[in-house]
Design a binder for this molecule. Structure first.
Ligand SMILES: [Zn+2]
Length: 107
């Protein structure tokens, strides 16, 4: 009759921890860990470099590209600024090519 009494879930709180040794060896893993621990709410003022603007998180130091025309950060977060710039250039090239393809196919 007392079969409704289910054993209580004993998992109290969060017991898991990130294995630090593994993530420190990989940039992506480190970024992920810090992304999880930091919400990047406090960003620095935009900094100009090589024709690009970017912001730095005051909490963890992650960088993000900044669009001065919309006054907003955009794209991915990364600790490697050159990686961000390279990705942004590749993306712009790709969107430009797609736009050109549309013009070509439309005419
Ligand atoms: Zn941050």
């Amino acid at each position: 009759m007392a079969e409704n009494q289910q054993p209580k879930n004993r998992r109290s709180g969060r017991r898991w921890l990130w294995p630090l040794g593994i993530v420190t060896t990989s940039m992506a893993g480190t970024a992920l860990l810090l992304l999880r621990g930091c919400w990047h709410r406090k960003m620095s003022w935009p900094i100009r470099v090589e024709g690009f603007s970017y912001q730095v998180c005051l909490g963890c130091g992650v960088k993000r590209l900044f669009d001065e025309s919309t006054f907003r950060g955009y794209g991915a977060y990364s600790y490697n600024l050159h990686d961000l710039i390279a990705r942004d250039r590749a993306l712009r090239l790709k969107t430009r090519r797609e736009a050109e393809d549309k013009i070509v196919s439309a005419s």
